[in-house]
Design a protein around this ligand. Structure first.
Ligand SMILES: NC(=O)CC[C@H](N)C(=O)O
Length: 238
């Protein structure tokens, strides 16, 4: 599973929220957890509960790379084409973890090409401190969950489960806000303001069921038959 959790721009009781709300999703990651505060992003905190799948040591998140020291990613997901992306675009990975490809794709091609190139299941949040941006992304069919709450004053909370946002929602008294899932096949871009609050720049549906994927699939469409379903499943699962 893994659990991602972050708040941006929460001026009241951020320490309390970190210690109470973040732990509401601790069942999602039995192996390790980490909460990160960086003074370049005031009133923000980014956290992760890990169920390790690949690269136990260096795959921990929030993930930061030597190559891109001003950004980080948290992701609940499995990216099946991470090795192929490295071959295709010449990425030099610093870890063996699949999530690393998100940062390379984002920095090379921007957020839209980044999500479109991912073959897998994912709910992620990238923070680019240098460009003062926050991005959310969810896989085409919404296999991995991601919920968010955004107040009128620009306080943003994100979490793999709605229960990790309820107390934040209560904290934003009198401010119109609602916990809602990020729809499948969607990414969002926010400006990160000086005080840590955010401003929505765009919310874009990059994939709808029936669209062909933009990445190179492991089994080509031409190799699938419109009628031989069992054969198709056999090919896809190899
Ligand atoms: N469970 C997850 O979401 C795992 C995240 C990542 N693929 C890892 O192996 O660490």
């Amino acid at each position: 599973m893994c659990g991602i959790w972050a708040v941006f721009g929460l001026t009241s009781n951020i320490h309390g929220q970190c210690s109470s709300t973040f732990y509401k999703i601790s069942h999602r990651g039995p192996d390790a957890w980490r909460l990160e505060y960086d003074q370049r992003m005031k009133n923000c905190c980014v956290g992760f509960h890990r169920l390790t799948i690949v690269d136990t040591i260096y795959g921990m998140q929030p993930m930061k790379l030597h190559k891109y020291p001003s950004s980080m990613v948290i992701c609940n997901g499995e990216l099946y084409n991470c090795k192929r992306l490295a071959e295709q675009y010449g990425f030099e990975y610093e870890t063996y973890n699949d999530v690393e490809c998100i940062l390379h794709l984002y920095h090379e091609f921007g957020i839209e090409e980044c999500v479109k190139n991912l073959d897998g299941v994912f709910g992620f949040c990238i923070v680019d401190i240098a460009k003062r941006k926050v991005f959310l992304g969810r896989d085409p069919y919404g296999v991995r969950p991601i919920f968010k709450v955004l107040s009128e004053t620009g306080v943003l909370g994100i979490c793999s489960e709605a229960k990790g946002l309820i107390e934040i929602e209560h904290e934003l008294k009198g401010d119109r806000k609602k916990v809602a899932p990020l729809p499948p096949g969607t990414f969002e871009e926010y400006d990160l303001l000086e005080n840590g609050t955010v401003k929505l720049v765009r919310s874009k549906k990059y994939f709808s069921p029936g669209d062909k994927p933009a990445f190179r699939p492991f089994v080509l469409y031409e190799d699938l038959s419109p009628n031989a379903h069992t054969d198709n499943i056999r090919k896809l699962s190899h």
